[in-house]
Structures are given as structure tokens and as C-alpha cells.
Design a protein around this ligand. Structure first.
Ligand code: PMP
Length: 408
């Protein structure tokens, strides 16, 4: 297994006895030097605003931003770069759709429903619950099976009158990789008029995603979870839908013409990008995609699978430890949530934190899912390309220490 830690400065600042074991990449990822350098280069060499300056550095910045838009389109196989909208993060992308698509669908009939699943992150749950309340229509939630898979048969029954389905590609708690392509194919037969939004926050960083192959209407993801900077995210939308949708935020850069009487708007994607974009963030996203593509998404995926297997096989043997989500590794991404009987998840994370082992504890912004599982909190590890088997071994010894301290 190749060790990529040298590419990530954060791992090179610790002495051996204080080694940083970072197992919280589902929250945010670490950044490689190539990404940091790309942002540094922008600020040092061609810092300027985009789409307005007529001087050379502004032209370079504008060109870079549009190159990244093309690069993102290629990375997720969108038909056209105009289908890529730069936003702050997945949450903003979903809110953009909720507001604008939601407004456009104001004519919702009484029996039209809005559907999400119980495994959604709050970012892909709360906006839809709110929209349903606002439109005075039903908010329908799809269940999961005991093993942590989407209840697909139940879903097909529930989506007959659905206006929109919001579903995650990969669960940030259970690690389940949902069979999105097959789900969408079947759903479109049952309900040809449905709009489908996929939350790809935990998928795009870790596997090859092809939005045309999936045939989703919207797909969202965050740069910071895929080794780019915080503050940059992506909304992909099918061109026809984007053209029909009204703008989200209003102001500079999203207009065609403004008069005292009225304003006409630019076409997508600019219609949805009011104000100065996160130029450095966009440039970081381009560098992140270059880095991931140099390795190859198949290798990224296999690297994580190997780590997952290594962790899973050892965790399964720990007495009193409950693992959530599918048992079959092939259906999982590199996220493992668990509890140890007799110890609160926060105490697990605290003891490990004292050892410089970074894991997450809490409800991971998925309270309905935790309630469904009959728990209030869980501990979670999540891996990425820079993790090694040694990280996992240190984590496992940390868990043994937790058991010793709490005598369980
Ligand atoms: N969806 C999922 C599945 C996530 O894991 C997260 C982040 N934890 C989000 C959405 C929200 O991402 P962001 O905070 O970058 O908007």
C-alpha cells in the first residue's frame, strides 16, 4: 500500500511520538502541498477579480476559474460546463435547489409529496422538510433495512406522487454506497416526472462519479472533503432545469441588463453565481482534481477499501463493540460508525484525541438516523488516501486503551 503522507504537510510537522492520526476525513479532508501551492500562486502572482478586469492578471484569473469549471464537468462527466455551478458547499447547493426549484414548482398539487431518506445528513433533510411544510405538502421519509441499506421496495411504493427525491450517494454514518444508478432507473419508470437530487458529499472524493450515467437531475458535493479548500462546493444540474429555474441570490455578475424598471438575468451557470466567487477555492478545487486524477479514482477507492477491511476485521473482534451499516465491505465506503457498550461515544473520541488520534463522536448531523438506530450518538472513523494501515493499528490500540480505562 503506497504511503501518500509526504504530499500532505500537516503530517510532516509532528515528531514520531506525537504522530497525527487523522481519521475524520468525512468531516473535512487534509490538503496536499499541490493544492496549497496553487492557492498561494493565485494570491502571489495573479490575484484579481474575475469576469470584469481587462488587464492580464484578471484575464488569467478568469481563464483559470473557467478552466476549473471545465475540469469539474469532465471529472463528473457533465454534458456541458454550464451545468456546473460554484457554490460554498453541499449545503448551499441543496439550499439553492430547494429555493429555486422549489419556487418553480409552486404549483404543487395537493397529493404531490417530497421524499428524502432516513439516512440523509441534515443538509439533505432539513431543507426538504422545510419546503414540504412551506408548500403544505407531505414529507415522506424512506426507511432503511436492519443492515443499513435503503429499503428499495418501500421506496418504489412511496415515490409514485413524489415531486422530488433527495437521496445520498454514500451515507456519512453507515458508509452504505447506495445503488443510485439502479434506483434512478427504476424510479423513472414508476414516476417519469420526478426530480432527483443526489448528495454526493461522501461519494465524489472517494470514487468515480458519472452524472450522465446516473441520470440524476442534480448532484452536489463539497471541495473541502476532497482535499480542496473550505468554501468551495459544486452544484451540477441538468441544463434544461437550470434554464427554467429562477436565480438564487441577486446582485452583481448574475445579470444581463439592469435598468431602473427591471433586470434581466444571465444564463446558467452565472445566473446562480452572484457576487465575487471564491476564486482561490475554485483554483484549489482544480488542483485537487489534478492530484486525485494523477493517482486515479480507482486506486483511491481500492486504497480505502483495503484500509476499511483492515479496520473492520479488527473491530469485529472487539468485545462489546457494535458496528453500524452493511457487513459486506463491497457495499461500503471508508466510513465506520460504532459504539462500545458502557462508554459514551464522546469519551471514546476524547481518550483517542488525547493520543492525537482524531475521530468524530456525536450524531454526525444525522439525528433522524441515530434515532432510527435507537442511539443518541456514535463514534466514527473515516479514511482517505493519506491514511495507512499503521493509522488503523494505532486507532485499534487506542480502542483497547479506552476499554482499559472504562473497564469494559
Ligand atoms: N451531506 C453529507 C452526506 C455529508 O457528509 C456532509 C458533511 N458532513 C454534508 C452533506 C454537508 O457538507 P458541507 O458541510 O460541506 O455543506
Amino acid at each position: 500500500m503506497k504511503n501518500y503522507k509526504n504530499d500532505f504537510p500537516i503530517f510532516n510537522q509532528n515528531s514520531k511520538d506525537k504522530q497525527l492520526v487523522y481519521l475524520d476525513s468525512a468531516a473535512t479532508s487534509q490538503k496536499p502541498r499541490a493544492v496549497l501551492d496553487a492557492m498561494d500562486e493565485y494570491y502571489k502572482n495573479y490575484n484579481s477579480n474575475v469576469r470584469r478586469g481587462l488587464y492580464p492578471i484578471a484575464e488569467i484569473a478568469t481563464q483559470k476559474v473557467e478552466e476549473v469549471r471545465n475540469q469539474v464537468a469532465r471529472f463528473i462527466n457533465a454534458r456541458d460546463a454550464s451545468e456546473i455551478i460554484f457554490v460554498r458547499n453541499s449545503t448551499e447547493a441543496i439550499n439553492l435547489v430547494m429555493n429555486t426549484w422549489g419556487d418553480m414548482s409552486i404549483d404543487m398539487a395537493m397529493d404531490d409529496v417530497i421524499v428524502a431518506t432516513i439516512m440523509e445528513h441534515h443538509s439533505n433533510f432539513v431543507p426538504w422538510q422545510f419546503l414540504a411544510q412551506y408548500k403544505e405538502t407531505a414529507f415522506v421519509v424512506i426507511d432503511i433495512t436492519g443492515e443499513g441499506y435503503i429499503d428499495v421496495d418501500g421506496m418504489y411504493k412511496k415515490i409514485k406522487n413524489a415531486k422530488i427525491l433527495a437521496i445520498t450517494h454514500v451515507s456519512n454514518v453507515l458508509g452504505t454506497i447506495n445503488p443510485i444508478k439502479e434506483i434512478i432507473k427504476k424510479i423513472r419508470i414508476v414516476n417519469p416526472n420526478i426530480t432527483i437530487l443526489i448528495d454526493g458529499a461522501q461519494a465524489v472524493p472517494h470514487m468515480k462519479v458519472d452524472v450522465q450515467d446516473l441520470d440524476c437531475d442534480f448532484y452536489v458535493f463539497s471541495g473541502h472533503k476532497m482535499i480542496a479548500a473550505t468554501g468551495i462546493g459544486v452544484l451540477y444540474g441538468k441544463k434544461k432545469l437550470l434554464e427554467e429555474m429562477p436565480p438564487f441570490l441577486f446582485g452583481g455578475e448574475m445579470i444581463r441588463e439592469v435598468t431602473v424598471e427591471q433586470t434581466t438575468f444571465a444564463n446558467a451557470p452565472f445566473k446562480f453565481e452572484a457576487g465575487t466567487p471564491d476564486i482561490a477555492g475554485i483554483i484549489s478545487l482544480g488542483a485537487a482534481i489534478d492530484y486525485l486524477e494523477d493517482i486515479g479514482m480507482e486506486i483511491v477507492k481500492n486504497h480505502e477499501k483495503e484500509l476499511l477491511e483492515h479496520a473492520f476485521s479488527q473491530m469485529e473482534k472487539i468485545n462489546g463493540l457494535t458496528l453500524y451499516g452493511p457487513k459486506d465491505i463491497k457495499d461500503r465506503s471508508g466510513v465506520i460508525s460504532f459504539n462500545i457498550k458502557g462508554v459514551h461515544a464522546h469519551d471514546i473520541a476524547q481518550v483517542l484525541g488525547d493520543m492525537n488520534i482524531c475521530i468524530r463522536a456525536g450524531h454526525h448531523c444525522a439525528m433522524p438516523l441515530h434515532k432510527h438506530l435507537g442511539i443518541v450518538a456514535s463514534a466514527r472513523i473515516s479514511v482517505y488516501i493519506y491514511n495507512t494501515k499503521e493509522d488503523i493499528d494505532l486507532f485499534i490500540s487506542g480502542l483497547k486503551k479506552v476499554k482499559e480505562i472504562f473497564k469494559v
